[in-house]
Design a protein around this ligand. Structure first.
Ligand code: COA
Length: 237
């Protein structure tokens, strides 16, 4: 018998249900319910929860960022379907809903970063009218060392290329290309001062000089990814 699926926005009161789905999708990773609750309360964040026959079965989380060219961007950040509910394209329903939410927020473009070997997620984005950018990127992250005592907090986010994010998995700065070594150092310092977890950046897989430079700065590789993008027709928000 077909299951009855409904989608609704998730609020802070849904943090435990979202955390349970997260844990079922990534049992080997840590999952912090308090962090999820906090992310759900961030301005610009929107999480859709799928209920299957009334049971919390899947979620997609997204948020707005500002691209370096000043355009508003919708980030489809994290998608998970609990294993018992897979195989029914709940992911597609959620990604389509997230895409539509981004359009209604006035974003110029939407995007999601998917690991190159995650076929189920790739199929989901393809079905949800996202187009694959063929460039393969290595994700590099570097944890920030929390500062002791009260340092002066910079008034602005560090570096020209830094985007501050609070996700279900971490808080930190994304540093976007083209960036300098100073941008990365400024971002790490900013995270340390603000108590954010990490700095993340993407570098094309075929540019070894770039990833060698990142490794020299203490960044470590966290997988190979590709962007899936959609463009929203102007004036339809
Ligand atoms: C990605 C995910 C959300 C998709 O769940 P879902 O909506 O139930 O997806 P379905 O099982 O209905 O499959 C969707 C498509 O992927 C294909 N697929 C599913 N699992 C697959 C696998 N292991 N290998 C290859 N293809 C697979 C299906 O055949 C289907 O293809 P089709 O649309 O061409 O028919 C789910 O697998 C998941 O939660 N994975 C773990 C978390 C994750 O990787 N999240 C995405 C990154 S943030």
């Amino acid at each position: 018998m077909a299951i009855d699926v409904t989608l609704r926005p998730a609020g802070p009161q849904d943090a435990a249900a979202v955390a349970a789905i997260h844990h079922s999708a990534w049992p080997e990773d840590g999952c912090d319910e308090a962090r999820i609750r906090q992310a759900l309360q961030q301005p610009g964040n929107h999480c859709s929860l799928a209920l299957a026959d009334g049971q919390a079965a899947a979620f997609v989380d997204g948020f707005l960022t500002c691209a370096p060219d000043g355009r508003l961007r919708w980030e489809v950040d994290l998608l998970a379907v609990a294993p018992p509910f897979r195989g029914q394209r709940l992911g597609e329903q959620l990604v389509r809903a997230s895409r539509e939410y981004g359009r209604r927020q006035g974003a110029a473009l939407g995007r999601g970063l998917v690991q190159v070997d995650n076929v189920a997620s790739q199929r989901t984005f393809a079905r949800s009218e996202f187009a694959l950018d063929p460039t393969r990127y290595l994700l590099y992250t570097c944890p920030a060392d929390p500062l002791e005592g009260g340092a002066d907090v910079p008034a602005q986010p560090a570096g020209r290329r830094a985007v501050e994010v609070a996700t279900f998995n971490y808080s930190g700065l994304w540093v976007e290309e083209p960036y300098t070594e100073q941008d990365l150092e400024a971002a790490l310092e900013h995270c340390a001062v603000r108590g954010l977890d990490l700095v993340g950046t993407l570098t094309p897989e075929d540019e070894p000089h770039a990833w060698q430079r990142l490794e020299a700065l203490g960044f470590r590789q966290a997988g190979c990814y590709q962007w899936w993008r959609c463009h929203y027709p102007a004036g339809l928000a």
